[in-house]
Design a binder for this molecule. Structure first.
Ligand SMILES: *Cc1c(COP(=O)(O)O)cnc(C)c1O
Length: 354
């Protein structure tokens, strides 16, 4: 840190992304990427023409992709906001609704970026503890006096709230924005998109990074009332109007045109999740019932940190969190059936060697 840094940022703890090691080829089950490549249509969209067009700025409103998303989700273009990954949107949402001493609420165990953005923007934030079984008690988020951030399904637990519970949180906070982060919704949870027409305080955030195999392209979108979407555009135009590059816009549009391909991938991942859960349970693990493309598991037979390290030695990367209540858990991304068979095999070996 230099002596020049604004003191507001001197104690800021930045987000720590999952490791992306370069030392050897791992079976990567640590950052919830898709194990499947983008669709053939997506490959075709990233072509010579689009590369030639890189000399031109992209459409700052991403109109082609915005229209496709609006049609896909049954809303109008004015209800859609595009950004450079959904992290970009969460940043804007904290900036718009929870900054400079305004209040915000999120769970104690949830996506790690919420507290980072809250600190970055000087939010007066409150963390609401999950229950002992790691579920969210929706009532604790009802009628609070600040904006609410909920990942549904939650990360890293994979547990989801029902649409009725989500609606209760939205309807009891009419004076505050409720952000539902649906990064993993395509793997089996109920989306709140259908509530956008009914509530003017709802912002649903989704991403192309998980179910649509485009983590490397950086593309997220939000769906909400047009005034809220307008707020986000105002902040975006005050930061970087060209926040999504041409290649990503083209790839994103092709993605929506090949939605069946991605729906099939989600089905495969849901099946592989059932297989993985079952195999882990046979080995004595307890596995939270996941609606995401990962499972969160622990065993009394081995310490979570030890399992993580031994798997890494054997070429399998999973995500281990060191904080309090979840330090015995690992979060394991669902890969292909072949990758998960290797993961289970290595886990078995590690347990047998103990
Ligand atoms: C992965 C993830 C995101 C961020 O996704 P990007 O679109 O890649 O920025 C947001 N929220 C949750 C809960 C996530 O797990």
């Amino acid at each position: 840190m230099s002596k020049f840094l604004d003191e507001r940022y001197s104690s800021l703890a930045a987000y720590v992304p999952g490791e992306q090691p370069q030392d050897k080829k791992y079976i990567k089950l640590n950052t919830n990427e898709s194990p499947y490549p983008p669709s053939p249509e997506t490959f075709a969209a990233v072509n010579v023409n689009e590369t030639e067009n890189l000399r031109l700025y992209p459409d700052p409103d991403g109109r082609v992709l915005t229209k496709k998303l609006a049609d896909c989700y049954g809303v109008e273009s004015e209800n859609i906001f595009l950004a450079n990954g959904s992290d970009d949107i969460l940043n804007f949402a904290f900036m718009a609704y929870g900054a400079n001493g305004r209040k915000s609420y999120f769970a104690d165990i949830t996506y790690g970026f919420y507290s980072v953005f809250a600190n970055l923007h000087g939010s007066d934030y409150t963390v609401i503890p999950l229950e002992d079984d790691f579920t969210i008690d929706a009532d604790k988020f009802c009628g609070v006096d600040g904006c609410v951030f909920i990942a549904n399904p939650n990360a890293p637990t994979g547990l989801a709230l029902s649409l009725a519970e989500i609606e209760r949180i939205i309807s009891t906070n009419p004076e505050n924005v409720v952000v539902i982060d649906e990064a993993y919704v395509d793997f089996g949870a109920e989306s709140a998109v259908s509530l956008v027409k009914k509530y003017d305080n709802l912002l649903v955030v989704q991403t192309f990074s998980k179910s649509r195999s485009m983590a490397g392209a950086r593309l997220g979108f939000a769906i909400g009332n047009k005034e809220i979407i307008g707020d986000l555009h105002k902040l975006r135009y005050s930061t970087n109007p060209y926040n999504i590059n041409r290649i990503t816009l083209a790839a994103g549009a092709a993605c929506i045109d090949s939605q069946n391909y991605y729906d099939d991938n989600c089905k495969k991942i849901i099946n592989t999740r059932a297989y993985t859960t079952n195999e882990l349970e046979k080995l004595g693990f307890s596995v939270l019932p996941s609606k995401a493309n990962f499972v969160f598991a622990q065993s009394d037979r081995i310490d979570g940190g030890e399992l993580y390290l031994k798997l890494k030695e054997k070429g399998v990367l999973v995500r281990h969190f060191t904080s309090g209540r979840i330090k015995n858990f690992n979060r394991i991304t669902i890969g292909t059936p072949e990758q998960m068979a290797v993961f289970i095999e290595k886990t078995k070996e590690i347990l047998e060697d103990k």
